[in-house]
Write a protein that binds this ligand. Structure first.
Ligand code: ZN
Length: 433
């Protein structure tokens, strides 16, 4: 293998070797990016008690304790080194990673850690091996130990990091989680997130407002990063976490959206604390602004609603598009270019990560190798009068939760396209669903 080929293989792929390919798709995608990668989430941060531990955690610039600490992770990949920048609110933690004799080295300030990486179907684990302070190897008894793991959860992943020192004990620990519908917030008491892996189905709080907040957050993350994982999560939450909170006639609402119920939880006309109904109105009124984006290179199609859009292009003029589709019930979307005053821009179309073997045809002619799941397919903007047909096969997929979610033991969910299905006893008389 020559030098150029060597660099083209990502740091994590090189470290893990063949076991890289055994990991969940979502982790492979994140750790196989050529230039940069980004992720966001919410963390539960706890710290050990005692002044010494608190001082040590502060010196290492570890995040402050909190139930819902937002984190943004940006990975810059340059040559054989990756720079990981984590923003915990106003606190920034920057580390560098590289490979040394088969082990991963991570440096944070004056500290340097060596990890042994292992990967399999359940995820990725960082096992602490050794630690240095200003280049001096610390005796095991003094060294702060960092152990971490990442495992697949839905379209995203769980991260668990534990930092401890043999003398100081546990310094800090953080985790994050979400329901399969995109809903967040498990507990009714205080509208809180609850403990790690606490995801009850019948007692799920998952307030409609919280799902709306997730849509807004992912929309902003999409605008910053351009990554489809945010669009995917936005769409999942819109169809399953937000719309579930509104009746078909638009007159009744759910405040909480439990994932299972025995016929007692019903939609209401109004609530004393009336945050959810107007929040839905606000979101639906502003939603068309999330269907498309424009950039210097062209026009980006994020979501698939039927309708017409007139979009300004950077060099002046407009492009008018019409989408015709029966999405999300069917996966065929026709995008007709009604008007195009530019001939040098691209059309970017989102290919959701839940589909396999998506296809794009322009005026009935298949376009090769651009429709890759979990990416934006790029094609030259077709001239006015053209129709682009996007075909997203919607296989029914069985989904199982992380084994630590005990309430879901022996349960599975079904997904088709962007929709998570709910099995109702009303449709199956005489059967205890
Ligand atoms: Zn609300």
């Amino acid at each position: 293998m020559d030098r150029a080929e060597y660099k083209a293989v990502s740091l994590y792929r090189r470290t893990l070797g063949e076991s890289f390919d055994c990991m969940p798709e979502v982790l492979k995608r994140f750790h196989d990016q050529p230039f940069a990668a980004a992720a966001n989430g919410t963390l539960r941060v706890t710290r050990g008690k005692g002044v010494l531990r608190r001082i040590a955690a502060a010196v290492m610039r570890l995040p402050k304790p909190g139930e819902q600490v937002p984190v943004h992770l940006h990975v810059h990949i340059g040559g054989e080194t990756e720079q990981w920048t984590r923003d915990f609110g106003s606190l920034r933690l920057v580390t560098k990673q590289w490979l040394d004799r088969g082990l991963l080295i991570g440096s944070a300030g004056l500290m340097r850690f060596r990890f042994r990486l292992t990967g399999d179907e359940s995820g990725l684990r960082f096992e602490f091996v050794r630690c240095w302070f200003i280049g001096i190897p610390l005796p095991f008894i003094l060294a702060p130990k960092v152990n971490a793991s990442a495992s697949k959860y839905e379209e995203s992943w769980w991260v668990h990091v534990c930092v401890e020192a043999p003398i100081l004990g546990m310094l800090t620990e953080y985790e994050g989680k979400m329901y399969i519908t995109g809903g967040i917030g498990s507990r009714w008491e205080g509208e809180t997130f609850g403990s790690p892996f606490e995801l009850p189905n019948d007692r799920a709080y998952t307030e409609t407002c919280a799902a709306i907040g997730t849509v807004m957050w992912n929309w902003r993350m999409l605008n910053i990063t351009g990554e489809t994982k945010y669009t995917d999560l936005m769409e999942t939450t819109l169809y399953n976490g937000v719309l579930a909170g509104l009746s078909l006639d638009g007159m009744h609402y759910f405040y909480q959206n439990p994932l299972s119920d025995r016929g007692e939880h019903r939609m209401q006309k109004w609530f004393g604390c009336a945050c959810c109904p107007p929040n839905i109105s606000r979101l639906l009124a502003s939603l068309p602004g999330c269907f498309y984006s424009t950039c210097d290179e062209g026009i980006i199609v994020h979501l698939y609603p039927s309708g017409k859009a007139v979009l300004p292009v950077p060099e002046g003029g407009t492009v008018t598009l019409t989408q015709r589709t029966n999405y999300p019930w069917e996966g065929e979307i026709d995008i007709t270019i009604e008007e195009n005053s530019s001939n040098s821009i691209s059309l970017y179309i989102r290919i959701p990560s839940w589909t396999r073997s998506a296809g794009i045809a322009v005026n009935g002619v298949l376009v090769d190798a651009v429709a890759i799941s979990g990416s934006y397919a790029q094609l030259p903007m077709p001239p006015a009068g053209s129709t682009v047909r996007l075909t997203l096969p919607m296989e029914v997929t069985k989904l199982e939760s992380h084994p630590h979610v005990l309430m879901n033991w022996s349960l599975a969910a079904l997904r088709r396209g962007p929709l998570i299905y709910c099995v109702e006893a009303a449709d199956h008389p005489g059967i205890d669903v």
